[in-house]
Design a binder for this molecule. Structure first.
Ligand code: HAM
Length: 421
């Protein structure tokens, strides 16, 4: 019979890779909690309307990539393509703004976008997402990017570039939109059909176009950064100043527009040159109008998300596979010895010692082969003779030395020997 395969672009994370994931998750929790962020977990499905209103009707994510479906009641739902809109929804719904001046949240979990799968780009992928509500000053923007730096260092990833830009506020955006529109009209038919449409509906989205010719034409397009108002410029200057004070290296890249509509003022991306075309390992920015647009109070906000698959790819490139080895392996000969070894193994585990055991009563030779393959540092060998003498053999696989230990002392002996190493 033909075996059922996973959905294209949705991957299993197998035990041999999961060490990277656990390492990244625990580093993220540690760093984010250290900076005052608290975890929030929102559902993977939301009302479709949330993302259409939140991310923007004419973005690629909403127009082309959403997993949208009608449930059995006929309600339109979508699998979340990102976490920001969901977190804002939750923040408004539970009136979390009433609690205190500002709130910091983070979320780690799967997101869904129906993109064309390739290395570093999947249909189910995972993000570490962080959001701050209630602060409009530039220091939090700078602190957030500094935190990203700390997090990447803690995860063990180096050699990435932080690109920053300012998209200005609604006021400066209006002026820029007209300038961009005139440019697009002037270049006329050179652009693809999608871009011609974007010119009318949402001109800024032309920068998301993946058609090479459009990209070339856009090289000479006006730059938003040249149109931002005095207030936005002062904000941006203060963000840069903050980054410098924090010792966080950055490059200003006026071409960053981000693929979601909600951004204003500070935007940023963390880029690597080691993942081919899927070079963004994280991105984010300020989105001061979104809470209001989603029915909440007029609260400023800023956030980012990092793609965990891309972090794992980088770690694998740098460090190979993570290995998690048991500390001890019990080998035994004979039924009685097998039972004693089985109970001893449970005691070892109870003490937090990672322990493997043979369950199948195979020959000592094949058990020793398995013990060797498992990578355990210590092998404990219990035969009928040893059991009769209330002894057990303790073999150190690294030093290739072996000693006999009284059975009742084996746990203490192992803990003592192991702590010397
Ligand atoms: P984004 O730039 O769409 O931003 O996604 C953030 C990161 O998620 C990307 O830099 C990338 O590493 C990863 N990512 C996105 N799509 C895929 C995919 N198909 N496969 C693998 N990885 C992917 C956001 O999602 C915003 N919500 C970030 C944010 C939070 N802005 C404010 N707060």
């Amino acid at each position: 019979m033909e075996a059922v395969q996973a959905v294209r672009g949705m991957n299993d994370i197998l035990p041999e890779q999961v060490g990277w994931w656990q390492g990244i998750e625990s580093a993220a929790r540690e760093v984010l909690e250290n900076f005052g962020y608290r975890e929030m977990r929102t559902p993977v499905a939301e009302k479709l309307e949330l993302f259409a209103r939140g991310i923007g009707e004419s973005t690629d994510i909403v127009e082309k990539e959403m997993y949208a479906f009608q449930d059995r009641n006929g309600d339109w739902l979508a699998l979340r393509p990102e976490a920001t809109a969901s977190i804002v929804r939750s923040y408004v719904q539970h009136k979390l703004h009433a609690d205190s001046g500002h709130c910091k949240f983070y979320q780690i979990g799967p997101m869904f976008r129906h993109e064309r799968p390739q290395k570093g780009r999947y249909r189910q992928f995972h993000q570490i997402d962080a959001e701050v509500f209630g602060l409009d000053g530039p220091m939090i923007d700078a602190e957030m990017m500094h935190m990203l730096d700390v997090l990447l260092e803690r995860i063990g990833i180096s050699g990435v570039t932080l690109n920053i830009n300012s998209l200005g506020c609604a006021k400066c955006r209006q002026v820029y939109r007209e300038a961009l529109k005139s440019f697009l009209v002037e270049k006329g038919d050179g652009f693809c059909g999608d871009c011609m449409r974007r010119r009318e509906t949402n001109p800024l989205r032309v920068f998301d176009c993946k058609v090479q010719r459009c990209g070339e034409l856009l090289e000479s397009a006006p730059r938003l950064i040249d149109y931002i108002c005095d207030d936005c410029r002062a904000h941006f200057d203060a963000v840069k100043d903050g980054l410098e004070k924090l010792g966080t290296r950055y490059a200003v890249n006026p071409r960053i527009v981000r693929g979601l509509d909600y951004y204003m003022r500070t935007t940023f991306e963390v880029i690597t040159d080691r993942l081919g075309s899927q070079n963004a390992i994280g991105g984010g920015g300020r989105y001061d109008g979104l809470v209001r647009d989603l029915g909440g109070p007029d609260v400023p906000a800023v956030g980012f998300a990092m793609g965990m698959e891309r972090l794992v790819l980088l770690l694998e490139q740098e460090k190979g596979r993570p290995v998690r080895l048991p500390r001890c392996f019990f080998a035994s000969l004979g039924e009685k010895a097998g039972q004693s070894a089985f109970l001893l193994a449970q005691q070892f585990r109870g003490q937090g010692i990672e322990t493997e055991i043979d369950y199948e009563g195979r020959s000592l030779k094949s058990q020793m082969r398995r013990a060797d393959k498992s990578g355990a540092r210590y092998v404990l060998i219990l035969g009928e003779d040893e059991l009769a003498r209330r002894e057990i053999q303790l073999r150190d696989m690294l030093t290739k030395t072996q000693r006999i230990v009284p059975l009742e002392n084996i746990l203490e002996t192992l803990l003592a020997v192991d702590s010397e190493k």
